[in-house]
Design a protein around this ligand. Sequence first.
Ligand SMILES: *Cc1c(COP(=O)(O)O)cnc(C)c1O
Ligand SMILES: [Zn+2]
Length: 402
Amino acid sequence: MNIPSCITALVCPKCEQSYDHREIRHLCRCGSPLLVHYDLERAARIVDTGTIKNRPATLWRYQEVLPVLDDRNILSLGEGCTPLTPLSTIAKKYAFGKLYMKDEGVIPTGTFKARGAAVGVSKAKELGVRDVAMPTNGNAGAAWAAYAARAGIAAHILMPEDAPRITRNESVAAGAQVHLVRGLISDCGKILARSIPIHDWYDVSTLKEPYRIEGKKTMGYEIAEQLGWQVPDVIAYPTGGGVGIIGIYKALKEMRRLGWIGDKLPRLVAVQAEGCAPIVEAYRKKAKESEAFPHSQTIAFGINVPKALGDFLVLEAVYQTEGCAVAVSEKEIIEALLELASLEGTFVCPEGAAVLGGLKKLRDADWIKAGETVVLLNTGAGIKYPDTLQYNLPYCPVDGTV
Ligand SMILES: *Cc1c(COP(=O)(O)O)cnc(C)c1O
Ligand SMILES: [Zn+2]
């Protein structure tokens, strides 16, 4: 059955060249990622927030502003509509007005990469794609392998050998062809670029196809809906390739055009690890683009991206909303992780913990004012990172007491 998607075109944010969305497209001919455009006036006429409220609790409830045209192509594992959990103990401790965690740890595959994969693979199916291929640090590979399996599409995945074993196993179990590389994700990308023309695979590298952003932007729609179509003062996001923060910014602008939120947008904060902080460096220099970050390293492997293709879009989202970019040390990540687990019962991934580390710094500097409402994005489940914490615990003898 047809879905009333209001998609109109793929448009380049750099040179404004427009492309037909019914054809397979990757980057613009100028090299920029492409963004999906919708007829938002039409969307505002055919759907309102009251209708959306009564739809099933998945990201597909925003179908008018998603790119899939026929619901037979929708591949869903129930992704989206994740909880917006109040963190009241931590809010009190640091005098945030309200602090919420958008918890993507409970989504299928355990990371928010499922959103991009659900929409990306569904659209790939609609476009007749038979093979998807990508380089990954792990989480994206696991998510795309899962949805590709559901679609009956072959997945070809290149991972650095030190990508987490769990994501490797998930991808193989889902039937993906997984190649390990003795190198970084950038090396995986180079091998893929050489291989794609040989096999005619559909390149789903970060931002090289336009639809992953569309899946991830639904986090922005959900935050507004969960706050009663109000926006918070600040949304903070662990930034690697930048798809999430670009998507949330896109969602905010779309919702404003739809009349679902007011004029004021939240300040968007990009949080990075000190060991890989190209966006933070660029922000300090007030630059429009980032420079490749040398010898990047962090336990938060999902944000270990030395140079993102969409860096200029991340920086635009930060500047346009009067947000900022902040880096945290590995020690601060672990401290925040333990604080979240022990004070709130939320065992998050190191990327999510990094965000709390960043927010504490911004509160300390009074960049976030006492009383402001803040949303922290936790992008994945802590249980997907079994090696982040290492404890040597004392044993109790079996005939002993404690
Ligand atoms: C990929 C990833 C990120 C970074 O997301 P981008 O949207 O690419 O910036 C953050 N956290 C986790 C857990 C990830 O897997
Ligand atoms: Zn262009």
